[in-house]
Design a binder for this molecule. Structure first.
Ligand SMILES: Nc1nc2c(ncn2[C@@H]2O[C@H](COP(=O)(O)OP(=O)(O)OP(=O)(O)O)[C@@H](O)[C@H]2O)c(=O)[nH]1
Ligand SMILES: [Mg+2]
Ligand SMILES: [Zn+2]
Length: 436
């Protein structure tokens, strides 16, 4: 990466250099689905349609953990939980499929582990749409949750658009939730209209609140999602490291003695590559600070001190789910999600750049888009969210140039989403970067 007058690096002392493990080609037999989930399933859908309730019904875990979320009974931040899907070799379907049960609940036999997934629970509220989009951009499969009692659902339409533009339509399971709230004939009518509105392969009826139909959903998940370790996955993990930072924390409780204070922790999803304890990484574009009239970014370098998925310690982490990454940085840098809106790459990465201006090629233009030159919009590259100005639009070549006041990071081919007033305008890929 080019260092410019606006780009500084924080220094960390005692760094002994890059651990010499890169370039090692991972073999499939080194991967163990028991240790880490290699699949991420996200939820999408309008506020209060029951996304968190569906995840709770499957996993018995409440993904809403912050006080504000509990008080308001709504998801505000991305929620995470891992789940292991087992199958009893003896018992009949669908009850043979059980979540987080090593031994069969019915016959006591040892279950067979079929899938290990990480659920990402997105908020549905319109104002939190970019949070939902950063969840959507990191999922392999999606549960689009619709509610049987709501006729008009413009927000779910937005989420459906996101799924479509992100190329996840055929990896989405529609869930027709809250069927307990309306009559059977209304459910059927509503189902027919969902079929008209959404071009999804599967829409499954459910009452998540009382777990009615949940066994069938669990069976469906196990039987339709393929085993994750395949050639494409091996290629992905043997590519250069890139992580989307989705959360960041200070895990020290007030009053922790100085000798026990831990460094900063980020929650990230590995998009490609692998990360080991001891690796030397950089966080780009880094910390943003006001600088006179404008802003400057400070790239943060660090050593990985520990890795976790849920509560399991890992020596090496691969794509899938949210990985808790302990870093050799001051925890005040990462408190309260301060490091969201960044990528993590190897310290010597040269593929990604830091920039304010780029050109993108978008996938499709719809007449409902209201984008014009000089419009102020929001763009998302991974979890990086920026206010941008549209500099030019060429509808013939489907190219658009944008400029942000604050540095972004990424590489050619990264996917990008542009929204205006919380409506998705278009999705595309970066084709040209003007580095700082
Ligand atoms: N009757 C009924 N209520 C349900 C069902 N599923 C969820 N609910 C209720 O609907 C409300 C919203 O559920 P949540 O799971 O929080 O919805 P959400 O989609 O996660 O909401 P946000 O995260 O805020 O977008 C809660 O009060 C649930 O108890 C269902 O199948 N039937
Ligand atoms: Mg929720
Ligand atoms: Zn059994």
């Amino acid at each position: 990466m080019e260092q410019t007058e606006h780009t500084e690096h924080t220094e960390i002392s005692g760094v002994s250099g890059v651990s010499g493990v890169y370039g090692v080609t991972e073999l499939p037999e080194q991967l163990d689905i028991d240790k880490q989930p290699y699949i991420t399933i996200g939820t999408q859908g309008c506020v209060a349609n029951g996304k968190s309730t569906v995840i709770r019904a499957i996993t018995m875990v409440n993904t809403m953990v912050s006080r504000k979320e509990i008080e308001k009974n709504m998801t505000i931040k991305l929620g995470y939980t891992n789940a292991k899907f087992y199958k009893c070799r003896v018992c009949p379907k669908p009850l043979c499929y059980q979540v987080n049960k090593k031994n069969c609940e019915m016959c006591g036999d040892e279950n067979e582990l079929k899938l290990h997934v990480s659920f990402v629970d997105s908020p549905g509220h319109n104002e939190l749409q970019t949070t939902a989009l950063s969840g959507a951009a990191n999922m392999d499969y999606c549960l689009l949750v619709m509610a049987a009692d709501s006729e008009q659902d413009p927000e779910t339409n937005e989420h459906y658009k996101a799924i479509k533009y992100l190329g996840l339509k055929d990896k989405t399971i529609g869930i027709h939730n809250k069927i307990d709230l309306v009559s059977k004939s209304k459910v059927m009518k509503n189902y027919a209209s969902l079929r008209q509105t959404y071009d999804l392969r599967h829409i499954i009826p459910l009452c998540a609140q009382f777990s009615i139909g949940i066994n069938y959903l669990i069976q469906f998940i196990v039987e339709t999602i393929p085993y994750p370790i395949n050639d494409a996955f091996i290629e992905k993990i043997n590519s250069p490291l890139k992580i989307s930072v989705l959360r960041s924390f200070d895990v020290n409780k007030p009053g922790t003695p100085a000798s026990e204070i831990k460094g900063g922790v980020v929650g990230g999803t590995i998009k490609r590559g692998k990360l080991r304890v001891g690796d030397h990484i950089k966080i780009i574009p880094g910390i943003i600070q006001k600088d006179g009239q404008g802003f400057k970014n400070i790239v943060v370098e660090a050593i990985v001190t520990n890795l976790k998925t849920d509560n399991t310690d890992l020596e090496v982490a691969y794509p899938g789910g949210l990985i808790g990454i302990g870093l050799s940085i001051d925890a005040s840098l990462s408190k309260e999600d301060k490091l969201i809106s960044n990528f993590i790459v190897r310290v010597d990465d040269t593929i990604n750049s830091i920039f304010k201006r780029c050109k993108i090629r978008y996938n499709e233009w719809s007449d409902e888009f209201k984008l014009k030159v000089n419009d102020k919009c929001v763009c998302m590259i991974g979890s990086i969210r920026r206010q941008i100005n549209i500099i030019s639009i060429n509808k013939v070549s489907k190219e658009l140039t944008l400029l942000s006041e604050i540095s972004m990071a990424g590489e050619v081919n990264d996917s990008i989403i542009i929204t205006k007033n919380n409506n998705i305008q278009l999705c595309g890929n970066i084709i040209e970067i003007t580095p700082e």
